[in-house]
Design a protein around this ligand. Structure first.
Ligand code: SF4
Length: 409
């Protein structure tokens, strides 16, 4: 049984460091304007730092140039490809055949990964991309497990497969929709989706013979969320996914918080490692408990187990707000008083958890005392006023920089 790569999103250099700290084998990031999350992208400096940092610790970075590019964008694509080639990025994620050609010419030393945006749903398509230079195909999220197995069986050993295991999904074929472009002038296919599918809509029908008589179509008094998908979660399916021989398991969410990233990566890291160490006793409950401490739109296995599954739309537009929130991040560990950057209000008496890298059980504690990080005076509470607001706190275990703390609401 081969251990799959755990691949996490990195919207910034610091998020990449947190993803690696909590167990990611590789991260993916966007280039400054040519990926499908243009608002989450690292500046060029951050990308350089991420690649150097990752290679120093034996990990990998993949960069996305997965827009469907217009002709006037190709000069920029060539420039970015040459930069990525020089930086020795481990792979470039591409969707558009024209861009694949350019990457082959301008970044000949870099592996090509075919983006989920290219919607590879068959081994015919996977083999086509392999013959045209792909090292990896990121399979379409709309496949079930039988189809994924079939693709793995009918593709050569040299072609790696990657699937999404956690995070947001589209109501249409991954991103190939015009909703955001139409409603917000922000094109999903050029990396600028406004997630218009999550908005509340008023839907009316008009009888053709009775124009002007609009009748509202309402799901309930909370509104009509006709397009909003739940979030994918395949934590229960980890054993099957590992046995199928998928090479890389991807977590979605370059715009998500460091707290979300740490919690989700840590849960899947532990799940994969525990399953590999002891396949007969896999039980996803404890990993799911951790995942439930992050905000979601409800969780679904989408089509993975059943192509007829209808339980992946969140018609009420519900957000599942967990009992926990981002408490803080360790800036400067100290056995006496550790400095943490706070993300929400903290006060004496709050119950906290330290998310311990490599360990599924978080460490629970109660805040007995807080100190102002500038004056060292004892304080009762602190609000997250300015960006980077810090506080001093005594922690009962040894921690390291970038460890994440959560606060029970
Ligand atoms: S609007 Fe929704 S379905 Fe369309 S690309 Fe964006 S996230 Fe996907």
């Amino acid at each position: 049984m081969k251990k799959p790569e755990l691949l996490a999103p990195a919207g910034s250099f610091n998020k990449a460091k947190i993803a690696f700290l909590y167990g990611a084998d590789a991260v993916y990031a966007g280039t400054s304007s040519l990926s499908l999350r243009t608002r989450a992208e690292m500046g060029d400096d951050d990308l350089v730092k991420t690649i150097r940092y990752a290679h120093d610790i034996g990990k990998k970075v993949y960069a996305a140039i997965n827009i469907y590019a217009w002709d006037n964008m190709y000069e920029e694509i060539k420039k970015q490809a040459r930069i990525l080639n020089d930086l020795k990025v481990d792979g470039i994620i591409v969707a558009d055949g024209g861009v694949v050609e350019i990457i082959k010419q301008e970044a000949p030393n870099v592996d090509i990964h075919i983006s989920t945006q290219a919607n590879v749903v068959s081994y015919h398509s996977a083999n086509f991309w392999h013959r045209n230079g792909a090292k990896r195909v990121i399979l379409s999220r709309e496949l079930n497990k039988e189809q994924i197995k079939d693709i793995i069986t009918h593709t050569p050993m040299g072609l790696e497969t990657e699937i999404f295991i956690h995070g947001a999904i589209c109501f249409g074929y991954s991103g190939r929709c015009f909703l955001s472009d139409f409603l917000a002038c922000r094109s999903a296919n050029l990396g600028d989706c406004a997630q218009s599918c999550r908005w509340e809509y008023n839907v009316y029908v008009e009888e053709a013979n009775n124009p002007g008589n609009l009748m509202p179509v309402e799901h309930d008094e909370k509104g009509t969320y006709i397009f909003s998908s739940k979030d994918l979660c395949l934590i229960n399916e980890i054993p099957e996914i590992v046995q199928m021989g998928v090479d890389s398991l991807k977590i979605e969410g370059r715009l998500k918080t460091e707290y979300y990233l740490a919690t989700v990566v840590n849960a899947y890291r532990n799940a994969i490692d525990d399953y590999m160490a002891n396949p007969d006793s896999y039980d996803a409950t404890k990993y799911k408990v951790e995942l439930d401490k992050t905000k979601t739109r409800g969780l679904t296995t989408f089509y993975f187990n059943d192509r007829n599954n209808k339980d992946f739309q969140e018609y009420e537009g519900k957000q599942y707000n967990p009992d926990y929130e981002f408490g803080g991040k360790v800036i400067s560990p100290d056995q006496d008083k550790t400095i943490i950057e706070i993300k929400n209000r903290l006060q004496v008496g709050d119950m906290m958890e330290i998310v311990v890298p490599g360990q599924i059980d978080s460490y629970k504690l109660k805040i007995d005392e807080l100190w102002d990080s500038d004056t060292n005076e004892s304080i009762e509470f602190i609000n997250p006023g300015k960006q980077g607001q810090t506080v001093k706190i005594k922690l009962p275990i040894e921690v390291e920089e970038n460890w994440i703390l959560r606060r029970k609401k």
